[in-house]
Ligand binder design. Structure first.
Ligand code: NAP
Length: 326
């Protein structure tokens, strides 16, 4: 089987397509014939050795896939060859086959094709957990989403609407904001051209946003926190802007009676598997009703997987990029 391999930490141009033997599924594993692999921000970090996990060489990047089960290990009872599935792989997804622990594999609902399924799990799983378990977002509350046209950001816009919130989308260009508007955002802020704090104030009658979803970090982090409402919840999701981990003066949460809330979906999915499964039941139902429409803006063949990672890392992607393996 072919895999796009990282043989030493470095830029996406150093990935090479090679033949490897098919993986053997261990007792608790599922062997998947990969049809499509979603591209996510961590793929750009893992190949450079900048991610929290450093797999042994050679490894393929690719943290999530969708495909068809080829074989299952002896201890796997609930899945069988031929099932359509989506899975979180951590890495290894930019390949024709991947073996994954069964607890990270979900059946794909009928309403979803395999390309859409490869673009769904990580982003919608993260944003649902953030808005439901971490923020307790309530109908009628105002949700401000930064990086609102990106993978997790766009999912947060759609889920926020499905939960009954008023959604303010913030992003760095008019084109990106249009994508967020099409996903249902009620109001838009271009933080390259406008003051985030002043615009949130105008849009909320000076009350601020009840929940702030931040996958960007950098200089926007503190400015966004200064836009939070009384009793607000600020979700720390990621640091796509780079430039180090931002810090917050502790008087800011004090003055607003507000919370700074961490989001770590991967750990949640492991520690609270039942709650995560309930989240996906709801997400799949919303998808079947047409309320969630994952945006796959571009697909790439496996040979061009590095190019896809570069587009994401250079801030040029909207929605999701997907590697079409088959
Ligand atoms: N906590 C969790 O459980 C969890 C789960 C999944 C992902 N994440 C994290 O969430 C973040 C976003 O992931 P994603 O897959 O949604 O990425 P993405 O699709 O690339 O979206 C990131 C957004 O961040 C903004 N951004 C600002 N500065 C950037 C820069 N220098 N480079 C790239 N983007 C920049 C961009 O929007 P604008 O141009 O509009 O600013 C972009 O749309 C990452 O840090 C990822 O590690 C966290």
């Amino acid at each position: 089987m072919k895999a796009l391999l990282c043989k030493a930490f470095g830029p996406a141009e150093t990935l090479v397509l090679e033949d490897l033997p098919s993986p053997e599924p261990k007792g608790n594993e599922v062997l998947i014939e990969v049809h499509a692999a979603g591209v996510n921000f961590p793929d750009s970090l893992i190949i450079e050795g900048k991610y929290q996990f450093k797999p042994p060489f050679p490894f393929a990047p690719g943290g999530e896939v969708a495909g068809v089960v080829k074989a299952v290990g002896a201890k796997v009872g609930h899945l069988k060859a031929g099932d359509r599935v989506m899975a979180l792989t951590g890495w290894g997804g930019f390949a024709e086959e991947v073996a994954v622990p069964a607890y990270n594999v979900l059946p794909v609902p009928e309403s979803m094709d395999l390309t859409g399924a490869a673009a769904f799990g990580m982003t919608y799983g993260t944003s649902m957990h953030a808005l439901k378990q971490r923020a307790s977002l309530q109908p009628g509350e105002t949700l401000l989403v930064l990086g609102a046209s990106g993978g997790v950001g766009l999912a947060a816009v759609e889920i926020g609407k499905a939960m009954g919130a008023r959604v303010i989308a913030a992003a760095s260009s008019a084109e990106k904001l249009e994508v967020a508007r099409n996903a249902g955002a009620d109001a838009l802020i271009n933080y390259n051209e406008q003051s985030l704090k002043d615009e949130v104030k105008k849009l909320t009658n000076s009350q601020g946003a009840d929940v702030i979803y931040d996958p960007v970090g950098g200089a926007l982090f503190e400015e966004a926190f200064r836009s939070i409402a009384w009793n607000g919840r600020f979700l720390v999701v990621g640091f796509a802007a780079g430039g180090g981990i931002p810090a917050l003066p502790a008087n800011l949460p004090l003055l607003k009676g507000a919370s700074l809330v961490g989001v770590f979906w991967g750990a949640f999915a492991q520690r609270q598997a039942q709650d995560n499964a309930d989240n996906f039941r709801q997400l799949f139902a919303w998808h079947a009703e047409g309320r969630l429409k994952p945006l796959v803006s571009q697909t790439f063949p496996l040979t061009r997987g590095g190019e896809a990672i570069n587009i994401l890392a250079k801030r040029k992607a909207v929605g999701k990029l997907v590697i079409q393996v088959r």
